[in-house]
Design a protein around this ligand. Sequence first.
Ligand code: FE2
Length: 533
Amino acid sequence: MFMRKESAIGSAKRGSPSSRQLPDIRLAAFLVRVDVELRDPARRKKNKYLADNFAPVSAETTHQDLKVVGKLPKALDGVYARTGPNPVLPISGDYHWFDGDGMVHACRIKDGKVAYSNRLVQTNRLKRERKLGFSVYQRFGDMRGFWGVFHAGLGALRMKLGVTPQNEGVGTANTALVYHANKLLALHEGDLPYAMRVLCDGIVDTLGRITFGGKVKHPFTAHPKVDPITGELFFIGYQMDKKPPCVWYSGLDKDGQLQFDVKVDLKEGVMMHDMAITQDYAILLDVPLCFRPEVMVTHNRLPFVYDKSRPARFGFLPKRPKSGKEVVWLELPAVMIFHVANAWQESKDVVKLFACCFEDFDLDIGEEEMPDSAQPRMREMTFNLATGEATSRQLADVICDFPRVPEHLTGLRTRYAYAASMDTTKLAGNFEGIVKFDMSATNGGTVAGRLSHGTNRWGGEAVFVSASAAEDDGYLMTYVHDENRNKSELVVYDARTMSAVPVARVELPVRVPYGFHGAHITEAQLQQQVTAL
Ligand SMILES: [Fe+2]
């Protein structure tokens, strides 16, 4: 059933940028050398996002017929895949967790057997850097201090000179995976999607970057929403550097064709990582993590400031608008939101939104211990579009993020959500378990279950896979890393019981670095995939 194929990343066949000749390598090298030599030396230090289980792996491998402890249920037949950062070229400067090249770690499950493989997403960025032999693209982690401004200037120059061509995109596809229109999409909010194809043995190959025939001229969020009823996909893309700053809201039909693309102007550029849909609306999250590049110089910080004096604004658009001017904004006191659990309509005018919210925030994550208020907790927000009233309540005092609900309930009333719970005595790589929320509970009882991965065992987002029509009859899948043994596992839990004893676990022969978001691709979806763009 499974094939075997492996290669060290350093010896992988080098790709070639498709759309234009490689620019003069000496020019690229000169610009990078200037960049590195003028860097703030104080920041050249051991980076926690390159250490321990954040460290990249050095080979793409495939391993079959892995030992299963317990039993893999039939409902899991298909592929569990998760992407995350895995920097390939040596890091010459600073580095943030957001910066690494996307690598997909996939477990192919069929008839109780499992195979594991990992593959890099072959982005234009990665192909170009491999051809050059050194890292040349602007990194998020470099955007600090006076030299952050200088790096940004050099980055713009590199783009203008064609060293990093703008039309090829700059994304790493390291953030999330979504299946739509017979394609698995690897996503990064600074670029367009990369289409992937999952082979019969579970290897995930890159088909290429989706450009929508040049019609989409803005980035594509890592968290689009697939309408479970119509098969449409709705997405945003924010542009902080435009005047005025803006966010685009766009829709694809079930076949992946662009249906609309409207622009909503913003008062200030903000990081807008997620969005939500309901039956009739799309919800934009204008939360106050504001783009203020001056703080790179004045405070030696990344150029994003969490401004508590500003409200969180929630923009409601008709789901298929004719213009961005149709947006209606409602406000709540400031919160930062990276991830939405779900949203739905209680009635025509009343909308519920559940999301993990930070009451305080600092994007220089892990640089210093954050106060308790700067940790995310699940909140229920209720909006009345007829009266303009908005209210919010915290569900439970549980620090958590990366919430998931069953895919077939996106935008619809949902009772349960599953989030990765955190032990904040550890600064990074600290997802200690999974918490199950009962979003219907109004007076206590909102925590319907909670499990821990075990002592010094750390997980991440848990993807829910349904076993039947009953909402919580299903399984939670995640990679867990045992830091005592330096071993990674695929772990499957029963979502209904939330027992900490896994239904099945599979020790993987290689380490799976901590990463971001994943997806379960069903057996039927595997069969329906397109074979080329
Ligand atoms: Fe995310």
